[in-house]
Design a protein around this ligand. Structure first.
Ligand code: AMP
Length: 504
């Protein structure tokens, strides 16, 4: 029996002398060289006592060896569990306790803090540092450069990806070989990836965007990646002339636009810029096209489902929308209260079904039942609306919906007006407790650099444009919005920070 994911993504690297990874210092790792790294890492996993079906938790810097551990886990049929490198030891304790991995791979700098975590949950601890060294690297170096992949069927688990937990405790989304492979295949063809593509890869590899979307596509199509350890604008600008494509979160695009070296000439040979993981401001989309001539292609997905919708490669890439359902994936909008399908044009819960949808949350059957219907539809928690051409617009998370005096306020409706006001870079609207209304609308604006928005004028505009119940009870200036590493605005943090704004 074959190994579904390994055979499609990693086996083809055999004998490939072309570069697969191009590093910022100019070093290159060929496809075959990377496969040897995978095999040695697989040998090291076995030496650490990891077997097929075991979990491997990995909280390390983004390095070629770290990526090879992903391939090694797939080859061995172990379940890869990457963790955000920003998590504290207390947070890692939760994940290790929840997933009970055989092995916890950590940066040497964190080993002291994580030893107790590993011991408490019966995991073995090995180190892999940002410089590629560490006890695991030493162990891998002594292993054979060949490894026979273990048989794995399409429905076998490949990875647990914990949700980013912006609204509660993280849950381990169980993703199968076929969840990952089917999505990579659809995306590679939708976005026209081929062996001639070189991706400028500056995303983290602990998240679905950088690991499964970007990396799996490069592997599947035999392309290469310029593999940057993180978001470094100097390196991105320096190396962009060698790339053909880039996937980024909106922050990448705003940061590049802030830099005068980012010009039309620099991007002349690029064929594709993809954005996702957080909403791209329509203004960024427009500015980017004015500066470079490229229209950013926005898509929509999440940890539990990989990618669901995308703007077209050829055809109309519409700013402010996330495009149409990907081939093989059904996307519907339903009444959040009843689950009944809503007519086109109405705002409701986005639900998704297809081969990309995960198998449930690890050891959380109740959460799984709440969010994954018997019919196979996953209730995403995102609210959205289809236009007449099937383009989906995301209105926001349901948990961010504000109910004030019994009326629903979609933050995005207010934010879109705020974003258009003079002197405003961006905005966030949240609901916070209010003694009369249950919740009150609270709005924040972030000024454009060097400008001071006229709050009284903005307030007057809001009053003219919005029904009274949607008008913010207070409007304040913030220097920046709180964001997580994927660029998502942390509305829960804003709500917590201003919880007693109207009750104190
Ligand atoms: P994560 O599981 O961390 O990838 O987060 C997934 C969530 O990010 C989705 O449920 C959406 O709320 C949000 N998201 C992803 N892509 C987009 C997008 N293009 N526009 C707006 N929100 C997005």
């Amino acid at each position: 029996m074959p190994n579904t994911l390994y055979d499609a993504l990693f086996a083809p690297l055999q004998g490939t002398t072309r570069p697969f990874l191009i590093l910022p210092d100019g070093d290159e790792i060929s496809g075959d060289g990377f496969l040897s790294m995978i095999h040695r890492a697989a040998g090291a996993l076995v030496a650490c006592g990891v077997g097929t079906g075991d979990r491997v938790a990995v909280q390390v810097a983004k390095t070629p060896t770290a990526l090879a551990v992903y391939g090694a886990a797939v080859a061995l049929g172990a379940i890869f569990l990457p963790l955000n490198s920003a998590y504290t030891a207390d947070e890692v304790d939760y994940f290790v306790g929840n997933a009970t991995p055989k092995l916890l791979l950590a940066d040497g700098a964190k080993a002291a803090a994580l030893t107790a975590v590993a011991m408490r949950h019966g995991a073995r601890l090995e180190t892999l540092n940002a410089d590629g060294l560490g006890s695991f690297a030493t162990l891998a170096a002594s292993q054979a450069a060949t490894f026979t992949a273990v048989d794995r069927a399409p429905d076998d688990l490949a990875a647990f990806l914990y949700t980013s937990g912006t609204t509660g405790r993280s849950k381990g989304a169980m993703l199968t070989h076929d969840n990952l492979l089917s999505n990579a295949r659809v995306l590679a063809s939708h976005w026209r990836f081929s062996a001639t593509d070189v991706q400028l890869h500056a995303l983290p590899i602990f998240h679905t965007h950088g690991l499964f979307v970007a990396t799996n596509i490069a592997l599947l199509t035999g392309g290469a990646m310029i593999f940057l350890p993180g978001l470094d604008i100097d390196d991105m600008i320096r190396l962009m002339p060698r790339a053909t494509s880039m996937m980024g979160v909106p922050t990448f695009y705003t940061r590049l636009l802030d830099d005068p070296r980012f010009t039309r000439e620099l991007t002349a040979h690029m064929r594709l810029f993809v954005s996702g993981s957080a909403p791209l401001l329509a203004e960024t989309h427009v500015q980017f096209e004015q500066r470079t001539g490229h229209r950013i292609l926005e898509r929509y997905g999440m940890t539990e489902t990989n990618m669901n919708t995308s703007n077209p490669y050829e055809g109309d890439r519409r700013a402010g929308t996330v495009g149409t359902a990907l081939r093989g994936t059904e996307v519907i909008v339903t009444d959040p209260a009843t689950g009944a399908r809503l007519p086109q044009g109405e705002v409701g819960m986005i639900e998704v079904r297809g081969p990309n949808v995960f198998k449930g949350y690890w050891q959380m059957p109740e959460k799984t039942r709440e969010e994954l219907r018997d019919t196979g539809f996953f209730i995403t928690g995102d609210l959205g609306q289809f236009d007449a051409d099937g383009y989906l617009t995301i209105v926001g998370r349901q948990k961010d919906l504000i109910i004030t005096g019994g009326f629903n306020v979609y933050p995005k409706e207010v934010e879109m007006i705020l974003d258009d006001q003079p002197g405003v870079l961006e905005s966030a609207v949240v609901g916070v407790p209010h003694p009369d209304f249950g919740e009150a609308v609270l709005a924040f604006v972030v000024p454009l650099p060097g400008q001071t928005p006229d709050l009284a004028a903005i307030d007057a505009t809001l009053r003219a444009k919005l029904a009274r119940f949607k008008q913010p009870k207070a409007l304040e200036i913030l220097p920046a919005l709180p964001r997580n590493t994927m660029g998502k605005v942390q509305k829960a943090e804003l709500r917590a920070r201003y919880a007693d704004r109207f009750t104190a």
